[in-house]
Design a protein around this ligand. Structure first.
Ligand SMILES: N[C@@H](CCC(=O)N[C@@H](CS)C(=O)NCC(=O)O)C(=O)O
Length: 238
């Protein structure tokens, strides 16, 4: 049975980390919101009072009767099913830890343009966003990226992958992080990338994987935009 992905249909957002894993594995899945009666099915899912494992905030994945929320938990589940995670228990936890750190970075990116909260438009918190993003660009972003660079450099099995010598869902997520940051902060990333040779190489290698290439060129790949998490506002990339 095909997996069902429940996520907003107009943005790559957090759903994209799940889409990339499904696409790399060539798994059969439905991107529910983008299909027939998508909006109605998404609302029905979110309001299903009988769901004993309700999802607080999307994305969510349905595999038959199994329902999972939280991006990192979905990928932990899919990692085993789609052979995108190591078998070794220590390495599985390490992969999950890396994914949770990706989630922290994604939250930091979101909070940079929405420092007062998601209940207000960006335009209503522009001044605060400028201050928050200045600190993010100069301190937090390089810290996060350097952490990923260091774990690639220190991987005992080589810097091509984050964990072991085989691609995992965390590598796919880091690819998406690099894509998103390059869209949102082209100037800042042009400078930072010079110090991130392993991250750059991983980004390029994932983009060249056959299934990923097909996906990126397909209409299933939603372009970045200023409704999603990775947003490009020129005034925040000075
Ligand atoms: N920690 C969660 C965060 C999920 C999340 O915040 N999802 C956003 C969309 S990307 C959402 O649905 N927000 C609506 C809400 O929080 O009510 C994850 O990583 O999946």
């Amino acid at each position: 049975m095909a997996y069902e992905l429940y996520y907003w249909g107009e943005i790559p957002g957090r759903g994209e980390f799940v889409r990339l894993a499904l696409e790399e594995a060539g798994a059969a899945y439905t991107d529910v919101a983008r299909g027939k009666s998508g909006q109605r099915r998404l609302s029905a899912f979110l309001n299903d009072a009988k769901n004993t494992h309700p999802t607080f905030a999307l994305p969510a994945l349905k595999d038959g009767d199994t329902v999972i929320g939280q991006t990192a938990a979905i990928l932990l589940y899919l990692g085993d099913k789609l052979r995108l995670a190591p078998k070794n228990p220590e390495q599985r936890v390490w992969t999950h830890q890396i994914q949770l750190t990706v989630a922290d970075l994604v939250n930091a990116v979101h909070d940079a343009h929405h420092p007062l909260g998601a209940h207000l438009y960006y335009e209503d918190q522009q001044e605060e966003a400028a201050k928050r993003t200045a600190a993010f660009r100069s301190k937090r972003l390089p810290q996060f990226l350097q952490w990923f660079e260091t774990i690639l450099a220190n991987n005992p099995e080589g810097p091509a992958c984050l964990v072991g010598s085989k691609l995992t869902y965390a590598d796919l997520s880091l690819f998406q992080v690099m894509e998103g940051l390059t869209y949102a902060f082209p100037k800042r990333m042009a400078t930072l990338r010079r110090r991130l040779p392993h991250l750059k190489a991983l980004h390029a290698a994932v983009a060249e994987r056959p299934n990923i290439q097909i996906y990126l060129a397909s209409p299933r790949r939603i372009p970045f935009n200023t409704d999603g998490i990775f947003r490009h506002y020129p005034e925040l990339d000075v």
